[in-house]
Ligand binder design. Structure first.
Ligand SMILES: *[C@@H]1O[C@H](CO)[C@@H](O)[C@H](O)[C@H]1NC(C)=O
Ligand SMILES: *[C@@H]1O[C@H](CO)[C@@H](O)[C@H](O)[C@H]1NC(C)=O
Ligand SMILES: *[C@@H]1O[C@H](CO)[C@@H](O)[C@H](O)[C@H]1NC(C)=O
Ligand SMILES: *[C@@H]1O[C@H](CO)[C@@H](O)[C@H](O)[C@H]1NC(C)=O
Ligand SMILES: *[C@@H]1O[C@H](CO)[C@@H](O)[C@H](O)[C@H]1NC(C)=O
Ligand SMILES: *[C@@H]1O[C@H](CO)[C@@H](O)[C@H](O)[C@H]1NC(C)=O
Ligand SMILES: *[C@@H]1O[C@H](CO)[C@@H](O)[C@H](O)[C@H]1NC(C)=O
Length: 439
């Protein structure tokens, strides 16, 4: 017994390490980060005025409601005299001020964006409830900014960078680098004929890690094809098992209605499935024409209590290197470094399907599109599961894929496995090698 334990531990250690490695570097978005910039543009007697900008440079991870929340700790006894375009959640103890009362005297203030409805106080990029688009979806909506007046410092100070920046966007998952001096931000004036620059610029970069976010998996992939009547459903327990995970609080059977008491509950309620995921992405290989092939891509929402606005889906497939026509989604190809396959990002069309609606009694919420891909006759094949996606992300979270031996099969029984199991085989081999080295 004992001789078995060690190799097993070792194997799980290898898997954990592989997972960990995959976590710190995202090959789909190697530079993805949210950059926070403090631009001091005016000195005051006891401090400065600064514009704070939160720029989402992540290609496919957006900041959803309830929006970003930015916090830091002041290096000295700074107070925030005023903010426009955002607000500090707490005023704190301002009892030592007499005539003018600061907006916040907190040592560690927490700042929120203003709601959509309060636009009278707006600066250029404010007041969207803290929602930021992903960079590849809409760069013009991927930033927020607000102005603060900071004071209560000694005269003629050049300010002190805030410490311990923290970003919730909206939950945990981001870690931010220390705030340090950077080249002053330059902008253009007089229609681009003159350059102006701020007095002093501080920057910090925040990067996301799903390990820090500790999110339960949210999504899985199912597959089907015109040449195999069998549907490959999502793997069982993709997002946890009912027996073991308490996370899945309640589910209701297909066709049932939310009971009035469920409707009042605040927690999510899913349709009962063997995979327990709130989101399912289905890839159906629909037709094989002479020069083209056609796929139907469907995203289903199995949650009765949540709408997903500004959803996006990322698909890794070599076929996207060819001309592609997408009917009912907006889309863009992402730049890829070190990945041979192409990566396509899909999102909804405004006023049509940008919102993935909650499930209801009669049907799941869903958005769907047909995709027509041109064939590269050198690579196109229905064999070996080539026509199925390599990876799918929903709203930046990895979707659990079926194993290649479960993929739909060609009728003549030709092997589906080879190409796709290679990576898996490599990992197993590595484990075995280590295992034997240990024994
Ligand atoms: C953050 O993203 C921007 C834009 O992609 C990039 O220029 C910058 O180098 C990134 N910063 C870090 C620290 O990765
Ligand atoms: C508020 O701050 C003042 C001085 O800064 C201090 O004397 C007072 O005790 C504080 N009040 C509370 C309730 O902490
Ligand atoms: C910054 O955060 C670290 C770790 O959370 C903590 O030890 C340190 O005291 C904090 N510094 C300030 C000035 O709050
Ligand atoms: C998934 O679970 C269902 C019942 O819960 C079972 O019938 C089915 O065989 C399972 N599938 C796999 C691949 O284990
Ligand atoms: C989702 O959207 C529908 C239609 O806009 C609305 O009736 C429903 O209340 C929304 N659900 C939630 C949880 O916001
Ligand atoms: C894509 O289609 C356009 C027009 O339909 C054609 O001009 C172009 O050569 C095609 N590109 C590729 C890579 O096939
Ligand atoms: C597609 O997305 C881009 C960028 O967000 C937007 O400008 C364009 O209007 C969208 N197209 C449609 C048809 O919604």
């Amino acid at each position: 017994m004992k001789s078995l334990v060690r190799p097993l531990l070792l194997m799980s250690a290898v898997f954990t390490t592989l997972n960990g490695l995959a976590d710190c570097y995202d090959p789909m978005d190697p530079n993805g980060n949210i950059t926070i910039t403090f631009d001091i543009y005016m000195w005051k007697d006891d401090g400065y005025m600064a514009r704070v900008t939160i720029q989402n440079y992540q290609l496919y991870r957006h900041v959803d409601k309830p929006g970003w929340q930015l916090g830091w700790t002041w290096a000295r006894d700074e107070v925030i005299w005023s903010i426009s375009g955002a607000y500090a959640t707490q005023m704190g103890n301002c009892s030592s001020f007499k005539d003018n009362i600061p907006h916040s005297c907190q040592k560690s203030p927490i700042i929120h964006d203003l709601p959509d409805s309060s636009r009278e106080d707006r600066s250029e990029y404010c007041c969207r409830d803290g929602v930021l688009s992903a960079w590849a979806v809409d760069p013009s909506k991927s930033l927020s900014s607000f102005d603060i007046q900071v004071g209560n410092l000694e005269h003629n100070t050049r300010g002190y960078p805030p410490l311990n920046l923290s970003l919730m966007a909206p939950g945990p998952g981001y870690s931010c680098s220390p705030v340090v001096d950077a080249d002053p931000t330059v902008s253009s004036d007089i229609g681009g004929r003159r350059e102006v620059q701020v007095f002093r610029t501080w920057k910090s970069t925040c990067v996301y890690s799903s390990f820090l976010a500790k999110q339960t998996p949210a999504c899985c992939v199912s597959l089907s094809s015109f040449y195999d009547p069998r549907i490959t459903s999502c793997p069982n327990c993709s997002c946890g098992c009912k027996e073991t995970a308490q996370k899945i609080e309640s589910c209701i059977s297909e066709g049932d209605e939310l009971s009035p008491s469920d409707a009042l509950l605040n927690s999510d309620i899913l349709q009962c499935t063997d995979h327990n995921c709130p989101i399912r992405v289905h890839w159906h290989v629909k037709n094989n024409y002479f020069k083209y092939w056609r796929v139907k891509l469907t995203v289903s929402n199995l949650n009765y209590k949540r709408n997903y606005s500004n959803w996006n889906v990322l698909v890794q497939h070599p076929g996207f290197s060819q001309n592609t026509t997408i009917y009912s989604f907006n889309s863009s190809l992402l730049p890829t470094v070190g990945i041979e396959d192409k990566i396509a990002l899909f999102w909804g069309i405004d006023y049509y399907n940008e919102k993935l609606l909650q499930a209801m009694k009669e049907q799941l919420g869903s958005v769907t599109t047909d995709v027509i891909l041109e064939k590269d006759l050198n690579s196109f094949t229905l064999k070996n599961g080539w026509a199925f996606p390599r990876k799918i992300y929903f709203n930046g979270e990895d979707c659990h894929m079926p194993l290649p031996d479960q993929f739909p099969k060609l009728p003549n029984g030709s092997s589906n496995l080879q190409a796709c199991t290679c990576l898996f085989t490599c990992i197993i081999t590595l484990c075995l090698v280590l295992l034997f080295a240990q024994v």
